[in-house]
Design a protein around this ligand. Structure first.
Ligand SMILES: Nc1ncnc2c1ncn2[C@@H]1O[C@H](COP(=O)(O)OP(=O)(O)OP(=O)(O)O)[C@@H](O)[C@H]1O
Length: 254
């Protein structure tokens, strides 16, 4: 008998009102552990806001968020991170004045429960440094280890974020537009990095992406957001054939 993997993330009846505006409206989503899920939708549909609520930056007005079965709706961003939630942002999240290696080493130190101080200088060969170098190797960034993070290309910054997630060992990873601004020649490599991250850490990935053609080619399921709601959650094949999605999102008449 085939049993469904347990939920990594379950969102129930999520609503968010700001002033008079309804930003999220009764959002429901159940993401199986170990899957890669794409979130698509027109500008302003509420994709980033949904990520903000899941990661704890924004408190919903109604509904709940469950991480591996635990209700985290009211827990802090830091507590969610400790519980295994990792995230990247639309604008890159790294320390530009630290080297690529220092950025990843810092994340490795924190994930080992060690110091998050920039003034804690680890020695070459200590566990955090070894882990950081290994993860840079995996994403193909080892040759830039000593370069300042602020000086590497946009595509390399995205790889750096994946390397940070690798050492963080997050069990649920939210990626907000990982392909944005990445040169077309780097997209295939980045897709492979995301696949490797999932395989290596067995994490669950939820990613917002506007490059729909790329997304549909490698995710397990797609959630379509429209005016603050999820109007479809299905396989890429079924999403492409869904008349509601075509008329609502892709601008075609059903
Ligand atoms: N703090 C806020 N106050 C008022 N309105 C907000 C706030 N945050 C988001 N919104 C509005 O909520 C809607 C959803 O925004 P959000 O950024 O989540 O959309 P999105 O789907 O991520 O769009 P994009 O694809 O352009 O990034 C938008 O109309 C936005 O203006």
């Amino acid at each position: 008998m085939h049993t469904q993997p347990p939920s990594a993330l379950r969102v129930e009846g999520l609503g968010l009102k700001i002033g008079g505006a309804t930003i999220l409206k009764d959002v429901n989503l159940d993401v199986p552990q170990g899957s890669i899920v794409g979130v698509i939708g027109p500008n302003g549909a509420g994709k980033t806001t949904l990520f903000n609520v899941i990661s704890g930056l924004v408190t919903p007005t109604s509904g709940s968020v469950h991480l591996h079965g635990d209700d985290i709706t009211r827990t802090s961003v830091a507590a969610r991170a400790r519980a295994g939630l990792g995230r990247t942002f639309q604008t890159s999240s790294y320390f530009p004045m630290l080297t690529v290696l220092e950025n990843v080493r810092l994340a490795a130190q924190v994930s080992e429960g060690g110091s998050n101080s920039l003034f804690h200088f680890p020695k070459r060969g200590d566990t955090a440094t070894v882990k950081a170098l290994e993860s840079l190797e995996k994403v193909g960034l080892a040759h830039k280890a000593e370069t300042l993070a602020g000086d590497v290309s946009h595509g390399d910054k995205r790889k750096l974020e994946i390397a940070v997630l690798l050492v963080s060992e997050a069990s649920l990873v939210l990626l907000d537009e990982p392909m944005a601004g990445v040169a077309s020649g780097d997209v295939t490599g980045l897709v492979q990095n995301i696949r490797d991250l999932q395989q290596e850490t067995q994490c669950t990935v939820l990613m917002v992406e506007h490059h729909i053609d790329v997304l549909l080619g490698f995710v397990d399921r797609v959630a379509v957001m429209y005016f603050g709601n999820i109007i479809a959650f299905d396989s890429p094949q079924n999403i492409m054939e869904n008349p509601t999605v075509q008329s609502a999102y892709l601008g075609k008449t059903a």
